[in-house]
Design a protein around this ligand. Structure first.
Ligand SMILES: [Zn+2]
Length: 181
C-alpha cells in the first residue's frame, strides 16, 4: 500500500498486513470536538500514518500531524492563525484489558472492530496539543487596527460638527416660522 488519501475508516487488518502508509488531509468537519475550540472552519489538517508491527508483534500506528487553524485571540477576541504539529505513536488494541498489558512508553488506541476512525485519532491528538490560550503576534491585534481607524475618524471631526449645526438651524427656522404664523 503506497501513499493514498485518508479514508474515513482504515481497515486495520489490511493496513497492518500490508504495512501500509496513508497521508493526506483530514476534514475539520469530521472533528467536531476539535472544531468547537476553533474560531471558524478555516484551516487544514494534514496527517501521515504508518501501520507496522514492532518486535513484540504489537500493532503500532506511528506518524505525524500538522494543522493550521484559526482560534480566538484572548486579547482582542478576533480569529488568529495557529500552527499545531505532533508526532503520533500508538499501539492498536481491541479493549481496555489489552491496553493495560502494553509495555510502558506505548499509548493505547482502542479499536474494537477492524475499522479505525482516522479523524477521531487525529482529533484526540489535536485537542491535546492545543494551547490553553492564544494571542495574535505583538501589535497585530484587531483592537490596534480599530485604534488607527478611530484616529482617522477624529481627523474628520469638522464634518460631524457641521452636520451637528444643521438640525439647529432647521429648528431655528421652524421656530421663526411658528412665530410669524
Ligand atoms: Zn488579538
Amino acid at each position: 500500500m503506497s501513499d493514498s488519501p485518508i479514508p474515513v475508516y482504515v481497515d486495520t487488518r489490511k493496513a497492518f498486513l500490508q504495512e501500509g502508509k496513508i497521508s493526506g488531509e483530514v476534514s475539520l468537519d469530521r472533528m467536531p470536538r476539535f472544531q468547537d475550540s476553533l474560531a471558524n472552519k478555516a484551516g487544514a489538517v494534514h496527517v501521515e500514518l504508518s501501520f507496522d508491527l514492532n518486535e513484540s508483534k504489537r500493532r503500532i500506528i506511528s506518524g505525524h500531524l500538522q494543522a493550521e487553524v484559526e482560534v480566538v485571540c484572548q486579547r482582542c477576541l478576533e480569529p488568529t492563525a495557529i500552527a499545531l504539529a505532533d508526532d503520533i505513536k500508538l499501539a492498536l488494541v481491541k479493549d481496555e484489558a489489552a491496553a493495560e498489558g502494553l509495555d510502558s512508553g506505548l499509548d493505547p488506541w482502542i479499536c474494537e472492530d477492524h475499522k479505525l476512525d482516522v479523524a477521531a485519532l487525529v482529533e484526540e491528538h489535536l485537542i491535546l496539543c492545543m494551547p490553553l490560550v492564544s494571542y495574535h503576534q505583538k501589535g497585530e491585534c484587531i483592537s490596534r487596527k480599530n485604534y488607527v481607524v478611530g484616529q482617522h475618524n477624529a481627523g474628520g471631526e469638522g464634518q460631524s460638527d457641521r452636520a451637528g449645526e444643521n438640525p439647529f438651524s432647521v429648528l431655528k427656522s421652524l421656530k421663526k416660522s411658528d412665530l410669524t404664523d
